[in-house]
Design a protein around this ligand. Structure first.
Ligand code: C2E
Ligand code: MG
Ligand code: MG
Ligand code: MG
Length: 278
């Protein structure tokens, strides 16, 4: 492919660039095929209440079960799905699957455990999200609090008034809203105070070594204090050691998620790990 310049000249792209572009196009086509062949699946990672370590939620995390290459993590394909628009149909599929599994959680004796879904920017701005969620809530008879959406700071910071309206409408449907990877984006305090969200998830960058690193400790303490003053709950993601877990519990973090408690797992394994529901 050659790029046209203003005066009608063209420049040749390097062979390496062309190869990269071709590989990307191949991957987009392959991802499209993967959607129609149902090669995606959801893994689930539990979140626990810090005080008594009761399971209170599970986060749905997508995986691509490639027939030859095995399990492929989202880091490899989510960005390409966003750039190509494929994230919209894929995100719709994730939402429906999550609702189906929430019903199965409830049937297995965990009705109070919510299912959290990651929402991408394009999906949030598509204009279909609220209506999609409304239909799913009705179809699956989801009670308030059963479905949670995780959004990043950048998603809700852009186009703030429209975003706030969307968030409010989702909340009216009984959806719990959380800000994912909190602290890594560009939240302004003045904007945060207007956001109708229920939870902040502290990014694992700050949770890491929180028990040993003074600055991470200061950041986590500040986020927890601010969230509580705003009436929000705080979840720590990426908790990897018992020392971090203990530090977070002592500093009033509400919920914990991380490898030290449970890894993301296929649904049946996750249910087995939780044991019998009450
Ligand atoms: P995220 O939403 O921040 O999810 C947390 C990530 O941290 C997950 O990676 C999880 O496996 C990993 N994690 C959990 N506990 C620990 C820990 O103790 N230590 C470490 N080092 N990592 C931990 P995963 O599953 O690879 O997902 C990566 C990202 O891909 C997610 O980050 C999310 O942004 C995106 N993603 C996943 N599923 C979906 C989806 O269905 N839709 C969209 N739009 N994005 C998704
Ligand atoms: Mg998340
Ligand atoms: Mg996160
Ligand atoms: Mg993250």
């Amino acid at each position: 492919e050659a790029k046209r310049l203003g005066d009608g000249q063209t420049v040749e792209f390097s062979p390496v660039f062309e190869a990269v572009m071709r590989e990307r196009l191949d991957l987009v086509a392959r991802l499209q095929e993967a959607i129609s062949r149902s090669e995606f699946e959801l893994f689930f990672q539990p979140q626990f209440r810090a005080t008594d370590r009761r399971p209170i939620g599970v986060e749905a995390l997508i995986r691509w079960r490639h027939p030859e290459r095995g399990l492929i993590p989202p880091a490899v394909f989510i960005a390409i799905c966003e750039d190509s628009g494929l994230i919209v149909p894929l995100g719709r599929w994730v939402l429906r699957e999550a609702c189906r599994f929430q019903q199965r959680m409830a049937a297995a004796g965990w009705p109070q455990v919510s299912v959290a879904v990651n929402v991408s920017a394009l999906q949030f701005q598509s204009g279909h999200l609220v209506e999609d969620v409304r239909l799913l809530v009705a179809e699956y008879g989801l009670p308030p609090g059963a479905l949670e959406l995780e959004l990043t700071e950048s998603i809700v910071m852009e186009n703030s008034d429209a975003a706030i309206t969307t968030l409010q409408r989702l909340r009216d449907l009984g959806i719990v809203l959380s800000i994912d990877d909190f602290g890594t984006g560009y939240s302004s305090m003045s904007y945060l105070r207007r956001l109708p969200v229920d939870k902040l998830k502290i990014d694992r960058e700050f949770v890491n070594h929180v028990d040993q690193d003074e600055k991470n400790a200061a950041i986590c303490e500040s986020i927890i204090a601010m969230a509580h003053r705003f009436g929000m709950k705080v979840v720590a993601e990426g908790v990897e050691t018992l020392e971090q877990l203990e530090w977070l519990r002592k500093h009033q973090c509400d919920a914990l998620q991380g490898y030290v408690l449970a890894r993301p797992m296929p649904f049946d394994d996750m249910l087995a790990a939780l044991g019998p529901g009450k």
